[in-house]
Design a protein around this ligand. Structure first.
Ligand SMILES: NC(=O)C1=CN([C@@H]2O[C@H](COP(=O)(O)OP(=O)(O)OC[C@H]3O[C@@H](n4cnc5c(N)ncnc54)[C@H](OP(=O)(O)O)[C@@H]3O)[C@@H](O)[C@H]2O)C=CC1
Ligand SMILES: CC(C)(CO)C(=O)C(=O)O
Length: 241
């Protein structure tokens, strides 16, 4: 699955005729929830965990895609100490397709790491309409990213996921390889006037914060501002009284 979160239900309807017993499904959707949604819809399938990272693809007109970093898929079972037969099959399929992959031992941690990156980088660059360079250079966009990430570390801890400064440092290493003027997918959505995936990012942090009694003011403000941008775009295309 490689659609935006607001198209997932419709895409699963389209996929239904192709899914049989033991069909293996990978979801590159960002956020923590798409695998559960797919598994609930297709209990007969085997939904592996997956993240897509270190890429900077950008649409160019209707059909073109520009990129400098091809990125990779990290995927597998929650615990890949002893890779399952389906994981081995998918590794081979990705090799045949020429797609880079790894199968980290602890995929739950990998999913949360990616969630942390998206909550910080996507929301900060979409709000300040900046590229990856602004996440590296001292300034407002970087400070916002770090504040948003800090709240993810706090909710991760009570969810039993050990995310810490080393994980932030690992994101900084990936960031160092991204082009200064490359755009996160959320910035691309904002520029194109498309609905954003804010519910997968700030919205989820706010919900988890509420569940555990942890204040998440930066993510709350980011979620309001990003929803406000989509609403403002809708007002521009709908005649106002
Ligand atoms: N872009 C990135 O760098 C990264 C994105 N992700 C995540 O991957 C997911 C996809 O993002 P991205 O590729 O950027 O999104 P895009 O909007 O660029 O692409 C999504 C594609 O899904 C197609 N689509 C929508 N509904 C259906 C359907 N029912 N059947 C078939 N195709 C459908 C759309 O078609 P159409 O063009 O006709 O609308 C579109 O081409 C998101 O969750 C994103 O967060 C993860 C890592 C990196
Ligand atoms: C990690 C990042 C920022 C690019 O690989 C991404 O996931 C996105 O743009 O949605």
């Amino acid at each position: 699955m490689a659609v935006k979160s607001h198209h997932l239900d419709e895409a699963l309807d389209d996929l239904a005729p192709l899914v049989g017993d033991g069909t293996v499904i990978l979801s590159v959707l960002n956020g923590l929830t798409s695998e559960d949604t797919i598994a609930a819809r297709f209990p007969q399938a085997h939904v592996l965990l997956c993240i897509a990272l270190a890429m900077d693809a950008r649409r160019d007109g209707e059909r073109g895609v520009l990129w400098t970093q091809v990125g990779r898929l990290d995927f597998g079972e929650a615990d890949n100490t002893d890779p399952s037969a389906d994981v081995l099959r998918v590794q081979k399929a990705l090799d045949r397709a020429g797609l880079a992959w790894t199968t980290p031992v602890d995929m739950r941690h990998a999913m949360w790491w990616k969630f942390m990156v998206n909550v910080g980088a996507n929301q900060a660059t979409a709000l300040t309409r900046s590229g990856y360079g602004a996440l590296r250079d001292p300034g407002g966009t970087r400070d916002l990213m770090l504040a948003l990430i800090h709240e993810v570390l706090a909710v991760a801890a009570v969810e039993g996921v050990a995310l810490d400064a080393e994980d932030v440092a690992r994101w900084e290493q990936v960031l160092a390889g991204q082009p200064a003027d490359g755009w996160t997918s959320m910035r691309q959505d904002v520029e194109a006037g498309r609905t954003t995936e804010v519910d997968l990012f700030g919205g989820t942090v706010v919900d988890l914060g509420r569940k555990h009694g942890i204040a998440t003011p930066y993510n709350q403000a980011a979620a309001w501002a990003l929803r406000g941008l989509t609403e403002a775009g809708a007002r521009l295309t709908t005649p106002q009284r």
